[in-house]
Design a protein around this ligand. Sequence first.
Ligand SMILES: *Cc1c(COP(=O)(O)O)cnc(C)c1O
Length: 369
Amino acid sequence: MNAGPVPLVDLAAQHAEVAAEVAEGWEQVLARTAFVGGPAVAAFEAEYAAYSGVEHVVGVANGTDALELALRALGIGPGDECIVPANTFIATAEAVARAGAEIVLVDCEPGTALIDVDAALAAVTERTRAVLPVHLYGQVADVARLRAELPAEVRIVEDAAQSQGARRDGRRAGAIGDIAGTSFYPGKNLGAYGDAGAVLTSSAELADRVRLIGAHGSPRKYEHTVVGVNSRLDTLQAVVLSAKLRRLDAWNALRREAAARYDALLADLPVVTPTVTPGNEPVWHLYVIEVDRRAEVLAHLNANGVGAGIHYPTPVHLTEAFATLGKAGDFPVAEAMADRILSLPLYPQITAEQQAWVIEVLRSALSAG
Ligand SMILES: *Cc1c(COP(=O)(O)O)cnc(C)c1O
């Protein structure tokens, strides 16, 4: 049975569920012509803070800015070192570079692809100011163990871009470290209709600092106390995010059901299915398996209308941009995974028929070798 094509993500299906609410909210913004700031932004910030279990959320322009502003709010800059996993979306490294600090890469754990805590602890020097655990694919890294074993003065800046709603030991992603950055890029679990992001923290001082730096270093109009940037959450995006936040738990539950269905469908196939660590309640931003002959398998899937992808094909130190951070062989787990990982289509509205068909196509790809 052909239930394809199946895209990697289906944003139209999500929009259909919130279209009426978004239209109504946008109408109000247009009537007021207040496009930056205003009650819709403040409302979303308060709602997302309550949802996440932090005291403060500061909306910013995108997730990369969120991480950079979090680092700058902590006073991290030139001369400081920040520890980052080698297998992440490039933005985690960019944020550190933009803050002016030095990136120190570490490997990830096999299976989960989350930061290897032992490697992070071993990489700490006198100049280490922060560790940036990335809650990759929607599963929460071991922030509690980092906190317990890192020197007290080393800050934990969570990269929560892929983990909206995820929990570890009952605590939400973004609420476990000192401060977190998240992204509302359209394809994220909580996605806007353009770029958007936020910083989460329970420190009023850090939240104020992020707000100050992100608004031209200006505590009051035309008064500028520090050199800031312009990074704010658009009012129109805040309307979308509030509408979608009301559905986030339901959508994440559907993602969990879809992930369980894949687990079952893949049980007799020669692939490695995702590992979930005890205490983790992942939100399946991505469902990532490991396969042999990945290039052929991916090409076969794509040629047959299955929108599988790779997240991410190149570890940070093997990109041209960050080539100075290491050479091939330095982070063997991340490098080996990069050659084998394959993200299968997964979104809240994916149907059982679509998933069965994805696996049928995958089965034929695996036996074609
Ligand atoms: C999406 C993402 C970001 C950056 O978010 P943008 O909004 O695209 O700037 C950072 N880190 C990770 C892990 C991401 O997936």
